[in-house]
Design a protein around this ligand. Structure first.
Ligand SMILES: *[C@@H]1O[C@H](CO)[C@@H](O)[C@H](O)[C@H]1NC(C)=O
Ligand SMILES: *[C@@H]1O[C@H](CO)[C@@H](O)[C@H](O)[C@H]1NC(C)=O
Ligand SMILES: *[C@@H]1O[C@H](CO)[C@@H](O)[C@H](O)[C@H]1NC(C)=O
Ligand SMILES: *[C@@H]1O[C@H](CO)[C@@H](O)[C@H](O)[C@H]1NC(C)=O
Ligand SMILES: *[C@@H]1O[C@H](CO)[C@@H](O)[C@H](O)[C@H]1NC(C)=O
Ligand SMILES: *[C@@H]1O[C@H](CO)[C@@H](O)[C@H](O)[C@H]1NC(C)=O
Ligand SMILES: *[C@@H]1O[C@H](CO)[C@@H](O)[C@H](O)[C@H]1NC(C)=O
Length: 334
């Protein structure tokens, strides 16, 4: 039994990976990131609060902090390492931790979350992590994207939801077969084989959680009071095409997280690429730059990514190795 901390909103996405004109499928960068820390810190939703409401797994640049003042605390200049395989990416990516509750005695243990095993399996089964995608439009007349500016951050999903509701976010789960563990499965995310809620049968290869962020930006605000309204999903489609509304005219790379095992019912994103690096890669996407292979970016050895960790700021036992009597922060099981 997995405690259902967060229920889900989901929108079944079009089969974007299948409908593209490219023989290789959609255009995207894909890379693994190792775990930077697990703690109750959230500079986006609870800036300055130590500890914040619930536990997150965080990956990316090691300048991650309870306060990340836009622009002045630019992770690409304040980090000394990144737990991501692409060495110029100091962005931070974080998701909710998942807890297993013992049916025998009611205690809790944190469920490991990890990257898929692409990129040579190097991050799979490490102490944790997740896989990041940056996707370009799959069809349409303008396949270019404009990369977010330093200081940009956004939130998707809703940790307060306890039932499936309307929403223009895309969060879904796939039950992986044993032989899908290395790749994390293939084909479009959030397709008809995926479910909004956790799978109800055992998943030998793990549970794959997908979190898809909006792809249109107002082009002006690095954040907004609800951390969401400066970005926008295309109506009816989580995996967006090329068009954006006039209110949010800038088509940005669509960020997607893939987490093996987690419920990941919301995702937080804080841009922190070295100047120009992501735009360079998005412009190069196509024949010579795709998925795990993009020569205009530098892959660092997995050992460097794995070595990039950060001590907790909110110091507490988050149940990685021990069984907890209650969820961190005393959060209720619902
Ligand atoms: C967090 O940021 C503050 C400045 O806002 C800085 O003084 C502090 O050293 C940082 N802490 C960590 C753990 O990086
Ligand atoms: C509670 O149950 C788990 C297994 O479900 C077990 O590993 C753990 O040791 C138990 N804890 C106590 C205090 O009995
Ligand atoms: C993949 O792993 C093999 C065997 O460990 C190694 O020889 C090879 O260099 C690796 N390739 C990359 C791209 O890391
Ligand atoms: C798209 O980007 C390429 C490469 O930077 C550029 O040559 C082209 O003009 C751009 N197209 C549009 C419609 O902006
Ligand atoms: C869902 O959205 C539709 C159309 O916007 C609206 O009519 C309906 O009331 C919404 N339902 C909920 C539960 O918010
Ligand atoms: C993001 O949302 C949180 C929680 O609602 C809020 O405290 C924070 O101020 C928001 N960020 C901005 C820039 O408004
Ligand atoms: C990673 O850390 C280990 C243990 O501290 C150390 O032996 C190793 O040299 C480090 N690797 C890199 C690439 O820094």
């Amino acid at each position: 039994m997995v405690s259902s901390l967060f229920a889900l909103v989901a929108l079944l996405a079009q089969d974007a990976f299948a409908q593209t004109g490219s023989a290789r499928g959609a255009n995207f960068l894909r890379f693994g990131c190792s775990q930077l820390s697990v703690e109750r810190i959230d500079p986006l939703v609870n800036p300055g609060l130590i500890p914040s409401a619930h536990t997150h797994q965080i990956v990316g640049g090691n300048s991650f902090n309870s306060t990340m003042t836009p622009v002045s605390q630019d992770p690409s200049t304040t980090s000394s390492c990144t737990s991501c395989k692409l060495s110029e990416d100091f962005s931070n990516y974080w998701t909710a931790s998942i807890y297993f509750q013992s049916p025998e005695n009611g205690t809790f243990k944190r469920v490991p979350q990890m990257a898929n095993g692409r990129l040579n399996g190097t991050l799979l089964e490490q102490d944790g992590g997740l896989t990041i995608y940056y996707m370009q439009p799959f069809s349409g007349t303008n396949l270019n994207v404009t990369v977010m500016s330093p200081g940009f951050r956004m939130l998707t999903g809703d940790p307060m939801l306890r039932s499936q509701a309307n929403g223009s976010v895309a969060i879904c789960h796939r039950c992986l077969a044993a032989n899908e563990r290395m790749t994390g499965g293939s084909g479009a995310p959030c397709s008809s084989t995926d479910t909004a809620s956790f799978p109800t049968t055992p998943c030998p290869g793990g549970i794959r959680a997908t979190v898809i962020f909006p792809s249109c930006w107002d082009g002006k605000n690095l954040d907004s009071p609800d951390n969401r309204s400066h970005v926008y999903y295309q109506p009816g489609s989580a995996l967006a095409g090329d068009a954006c509304p006039s209110s949010h005219p800038v088509r940005i790379p669509q960020v997607m997280y893939e987490i093996i095992t987690g419920y990941g019912a919301h995702g937080d994103y804080l841009f922190g690429w070295k100047a120009g690096a992501l735009q360079r890669a998005m412009n190069a996407l196509g024949t010579n730059c795709f998925s795990e292979t993009c020569p205009v970016l530098e892959l660092q050895p997995s050992s460097n990514a794995i070595n990039c960790t950060k001590p907790q700021q909110a110091v507490e036992d988050v149940g990685s190795d021990t069984w907890l009597k209650e969820l961190p922060g005393g959060m209720k099981v619902q």
